[in-house]
Design a protein around this ligand. Structure first.
Ligand SMILES: C=CC1=C(C)c2cc3[nH]c(cc4nc(cc5[nH]c(cc1n2)c(C)c5CCC(=O)O)C(CCC(=O)O)=C4C)c(C)c3C=C
Ligand SMILES: [Fe+2]
Length: 437
């Protein structure tokens, strides 16, 4: 289904006032009762997009190509977000540290091969043994596969002698108001995020890593995702989440070198020298009440996000069709002296101005895992956010949101995990070697 196209008149009149007082929310928000009366969107309000197909540009460069595995940082963080995700969380089943190191070496070799488009192992083995690759990605291109590993707080318990190496920033997440977390979708000792433009390539990678890990790790939970919900590079169009809004407009982007240093990459002086050039990942499975949302007026939807549904522009911008990257004018008020960006709007509560300057690199994906037996889609956003210190970033932002976000009526947090994501691997090294060697 396509939204109305650019040739239609903007829902907000060109002469809409931009002064800080006397701003009419009705005019800003576009859709009135007439918009629901079945009239054409242009004449009646509704929402318009500058280019109905702008979200189609989902990849940067060669979608079939490969992303280098080695580097200062792991790939899959600032890498332009690919279209598909298979995220897996493992419990470690061995108690032997040497087994863990062997696993990391084996996994690294397989990851180097698979991200280059090769099978996980040499196919010329014995016919009496299971093959060294499961086969379903043979003939498929690398599809920009990235594999990113993270270590959960539970890996730093007594089993492997790592207690004193637990980074101070790798805290257990507190419980937030409204959390409805399922054990079977939360936590884990080790996570691997597989992103690719081809879902078969991502699933193949996780399947083979799980196969190689048999006897040392067991899958605790996993999540498939489609339709990235964030752009991580300015070369990417901003995609949409399942509420139909552009998501990722104000994200940290690969090009923001100074901000990435301040807000994304851990520093050796942060309390865990082995984490220098690594990052911290928070994963939250957020169920979205799609059916309720779909019965909510366009006005209400836009008030919740403080952004126009069509263009993603702040509702304080006079021109809703082109101003996606405008800054918010949080002081702007309506004729009734109400803030145009409501006090409980998601974007106000999550904005760095109200969070001590904290930012996140969001890298989430949409999911639809069928329906729930009650006629509702089991759908939502698998929220992934990388940051330098969750104590200063995800936790305070989520505390703000959990307390007051108008969006809370439409979402439920059902899964949660946090991981320390070690630095990138140098040639000849292995995943986690700065911690385990
Ligand atoms: C704790 C952090 C956040 C959670 C959890 C979260 C969930 C969530 N968000 C959307 C949709 C949108 N979020 C947008 C912006 C935005 N969200 C967060 C943080 C969390 N979101 C931040 C830090 C920001 C940026 C704020 C800013 O600086 O302006 C937007 C607007 C577009 C954008 O900038 O990306 C949308 C839309 C959903 C649907 C969701 C859970 C289901
Ligand atoms: Fe958000």
């Amino acid at each position: 289904m396509e939204a109305s196209t650019e040739s239609e008149a903007p829902a907000v009149p060109a002469d809409a006032p931009t002064e800080k007082r006397g701003f009419s929310r009705r005019r800003l928000l576009g859709a009135g009762a007439a918009g629901l009366a079945g009239l054409g969107a242009a004449a009646a309000g509704g929402y318009v997009v500058a280019d109905a197909r702008s979200g189609a540009k989902n990849e940067v460069g060669d979608a079939a190509g490969s992303v280098p595995f080695h580097g200062t940082h792991q790939a899959g963080i600032t890498t332009p977000a690919q279209d598909r995700l298979h995220f897996v969380s493992f419990d470690i089943t061995t108690e032997n540290r040497a087994d863990l190191v062997d696993l990391m070496r084996e996994w690294t070799k397989a990851a180097e091969r698979m991200t280059a488009g090769d099978p996980a192992g040499d196919l010329g083995g014995l016919v009496e043994a299971p093959p060294a690759d499961t086969g379903e990605a043979l003939g498929l291109p690398p599809s920009q596969l990235t594999l990113t590993i993270g270590f959960g707080p539970s890996m730093f318990d007594k089993r492997f002698g790592l207690t004193s190496r637990r980074p101070p920033a790798l805290v257990d997440l507190p419980s937030f108001p409204g959390d409805d977390l399922e054990e079977a979708r939360s936590g884990g000792d080790i996570a691997i995020q597989a992103c690719a433009h081809d879902p078969q390539v991502a699933v193949h990678a996780v399947r083979n890593l799980a196969r190689i890990g048999f006897g040392a790790v067991a899958v605790r939970w996993s999540q498939l995702g489609f339709g990235r919900t964030s752009s991580t590079s300015r070369d990417q169009a901003t995609p949409r989440n399942l509420f139909g809004f552009k998501d990722g407009t104000a994200n940290l982007k690969a090009e923001d070198a100074k901000l990435l240093q301040e807000q994304l990459w851990a520093d050796g002086a942060d309390g865990a020298p082995w984490m220098a050039n690594g990052s911290y990942l928070v994963a939250r499975r957020m169920r979205m009440h799609i059916e309720t949302w779909d019965r909510t007026s366009l006005d209400e939807q836009q008030v919740i996000f403080g952004r126009f549904k069509g263009s993603g522009a702040p509702t304080t911008s006079p021109d809703q069709s082109t101003a996606e990257f405008d800054e918010f004018e949080f002081d702007t008020v309506t004729g009734a002296s109400e803030p145009v960006i409501a006090e409980n709007a998601h974007t106000r509560l999550a904005h760095p101005d109200f969070n001590n300057g904290a930012r996140l690199l969001r890298r989430g994906y949409n999911f639809v895992d069928g329906s729930d037996g009650l006629g509702r889609l089991d759908a939502g956003l698998f929220f992934l956010a990388y940051q330098r210190d969750p104590r200063k970033q995800f936790i305070p932002i989520q505390q703000n949101l959990a307390r007051s976000d108008a969006m809370n009526e439409y979402v439920k947090h059902v899964g949660s995990a946090i991981y320390a994501v070690p630095p990138g691997v140098t040639k000849g090294g292995y995943w986690g070697d700065t911690l385990l060697r």
